[in-house]
Design a protein around this ligand. Structure first.
Ligand SMILES: [Zn+2]
Length: 331
């Protein structure tokens, strides 16, 4: 455990340590050289297959990635979680894994089952439940500190996090998820401004596939306020216990935060629960909602088509009534 954090002196051998994103890259270089599982799984990424579907100029990328099967099919019910050892607790991390400190509470690790050429998990050092309430300021500072190279994302405990019992964020290579490149276009063509104050803007966006909220601005305090209000309004729409379901993806360009929030209706689409021959092992989280659909089984990769993808998004995205209530409420 005492060896987890790599001191800057050692990290310097693997890359620049002038910025936090630079340190993250140096860490990955170190891990690929010194940790066999990490080396193997990142070099495995070179052979993954991708496919692109178009929906009225919106792009949805499919990635066949067998390494993600554990995460996609993770059992996240209370009983299963109780029975297993938490894989994000520091004492349970594999021997070769190292990390760098983000702040007093969080440590950045390389994700050993990557979707991106650079893929990180940023864990709270304590075993504390996955929740965005109270942690959105940390999310914003991660987005800013990693933003020149990476995009940061959050999966709610009931919609994509495979460790709902341990607080964490993830980050991946910038501009790989289609929504990042389409953000401005989606805003213009499919967005309605529902709040504006100075440079702080909040949009409701329905692109026909997904219903989303875009939050952007230059002041973290203003963004935090809007987010808190959004959280309360979303929680009021449901009688279900726990955090209202959502995924969040955030990027940072020219000192502006751009945050995409995906309120969710369901964790997994109906296809996930069908009998073997009909079953599709697709379990949407922030990355999938952002247009990069991860498919761990090759037969599903072959089977997925425009119609099925539409159906999946329509099932897991917030329903029209909920979306319209949020859009039409007073901000
Ligand atoms: Zn834990």
């Amino acid at each position: 455990m005492k060896n987890l954090i790599i001191p800057d002196e050692e990290l310097k051998k693997y890359g620049t340590t002038a910025t936090f994103s630079g340190k993250a890259l140096a860490l990955l270089n170190q891990q690929k050289m010194e940790w066999e599982l990490c080396a193997k799984n990142y070099s495995g990424l070179k052979t993954i297959k991708t496919k692109i579907f178009k929906f009225n100029n919106i792009e949805i990328k499919l990635q066949f990635n067998p390494g993600r099967i554990k995460s996609t099919s993770a059992k996240v019910d209370k009983e299963s979680i109780k029975k297993r050892k938490c894989f994000l607790c520091i004492e349970n991390l594999p021997a070769g894994q190292r990390g760098i400190k983000f702040n007093d509470d969080y440590t950045l690790l390389c994700n050993p089952f990557p979707i991106f050429d650079e893929h990180y998990t940023i864990i709270n050092e304590k075993h504390t439940p996955q929740q965005i309430k109270g942690n959105f300021p940390v999310f914003l500072s991660l987005v800013r500190e990693l933003g020149d190279k990476f995009t940061v994302f959050y999966n709610g405990p009931q919609c994509g996090a495979s460790a709902p019992d341990h607080m964490h964020f993830q980050a991946g290579t910038k501009n790989v998820m289609p929504v990042e490149n389409e953000y401005e276009k989606l805003k213009r063509k499919n967005g309605v401004v529902i709040y504006q104050s100075g440079l702080t803007l909040f949009y409701a966006v329905n692109d026909g596939l997904r219903k989303m909220f875009f939050l952007e601005g230059t002041e973290s305090s203003a963004l935090n306020e809007i987010f808190d209000e959004f959280y309360t309004k979303l929680a009021d729409l449901t009688t279900a216990k726990g955090e209202p379901m959502m995924n969040i993806t955030g990027f940072y360009n020219e000192n502006i935060w751009k945050i995409v929030i995906y309120p969710r209706e369901k964790h997994r689409p109906s296809f996930y629960y069908l009998e073997d021959a009909e079953r599709l092992t697709v379990s949407p989280a922030a990355v999938d909602m952002s247009g990069l659909v991860i498919v761990p089984r090759e037969e599903d990769f072959e089977k997925l088509n425009v119609e099925i993808i539409k159906q999946i998004y329509s099932e897991v995205t917030i329903n029209d009534t909920g979306f319209n209530r949020l859009r039409n409420s007073v901000w």
